[in-house]
Design a protein around this ligand. Structure first.
Ligand code: NDP
Length: 254
């Protein structure tokens, strides 16, 4: 049974892997045997995570790459392909957030949200797919969000972008399923990461958010590990176009 989830010899890229959910998913993929390239904007944190993975006996490299920039994505995918021979697993995880009513959203903030969560994954998928299609196998995993499913106030650009990423996942899955490539999404609920630092700092607001979760608590980043390994492994070879919500029952309760 464990060999179903074995990623030995697999080459993976995780974007936004310098901290939070990306770092946790990179750790889990490496612990299952994958060689992981950690991609992101800040070299320091990426090197720190890669060092920790290597210390734990895993294989990890880093690549500085802003996912809003086509030339950086294409360059990163080309460099990793040259170095590793191929890319088996792409995790589109890099993300940002912003809170506030729609009337206060600038054109620039809107564009950055779409660039980061929609154009970035689109460009990364486009860059890795030709070689995956030629080989007839590959796994693409997009970090979506419960917010892209449910709709929430004061995060309209974020929710819109995640809703779009959800549809990118489902549509692309149908386009490439016949070529042996699975495209799926992970939908985290509330997780204890830097992205939610502001919420966590406001005790009353935080407690209200916790109360909404049937599990009675927020998730720890490591709790995404099993799902990303499953979606990256041959255990999920007939799973296509699905979003797996890892949310302590949040989506089920709406
Ligand atoms: P963090 O803020 O902790 O981490 C986000 C990571 O993305 C950072 O490493 C950041 O690195 C990187 N990043 C941001 N913009 C870019 C960019 N343009 N190019 C490359 N890297 C970038 O967030 P989380 O770990 O919490 O979130 C990870 C993903 O999960 C996001 O897509 C988020 O929307 C999603 N998510 C998170 C939830 C949560 O509760 N935490 C819930 C639902 C979804 P740097 O700034 O150094 O470049």
């Amino acid at each position: 049974m464990p060999e179903l989830f074995d990623l030995t010899g697999k080459k993976a890229i995780v974007t936004g892997a310098g901290r939070g959910l990306g770092a946790a998913m990179a750790h889990a993929l490496a612990a299952s045997g994958a060689h992981v390239t950690l991609a992101g904007r800040s070299p320091g944190p990426l090197e720190e995570v890669a060092g920790a993975i290597r210390q734990a006996g895993g294989m990890a490299d880093t690549a500085v790459c802003d996912v809003t920039c086509r030339t950086q994505i294409d360059g990163m995918v080309q460099a990793v392909t040259e170095r590793q021979g191929r890319i088996d697993i792409l995790v589109n995880n890099a993300g940002i957030t912003d809170r506030g009513p729609l009337t206060g959203v600038s054109d620039e903030a809107w564009d950055l949200m779409m660039q980061t969560h929609l154009a970035g994954p689109f460009m990364a998928c486009r860059a890795v797919l030709p070689e995956m299609l030629q080989r007839g196998s590959g796994k693409i995993i997009n970090t979506v969000s419960v917010v892209g499913e449910l709709g929430r106030p004061n995060v309209v650009p974020y929710a819109t972008a995640k809703g779009g990423l959800r549809m990118l996942t489902r549509s692309l899955a149908t386009e490439v399923a016949g070529s042996g490539i699975q495209v799926n999404g992970i939908g985290p609920g509330y997780f204890m990461t830097e992205m939610n630092r502001q919420i966590m700092a406001d005790r009353a607001f935080f407690d209200k958010r916790v109360a909404r979760v049937p599990a009675g608590r927020w998730g720890e980043p490591e709790e995404l590990g099993g799902t990303v390994v499953y979606l990256a492994s041959r255990a999920s070879n007939y799973v296509s176009g699905q979003i797996i919500y890892v949310d302590g029952g949040l989506t089920a309760s709406f």
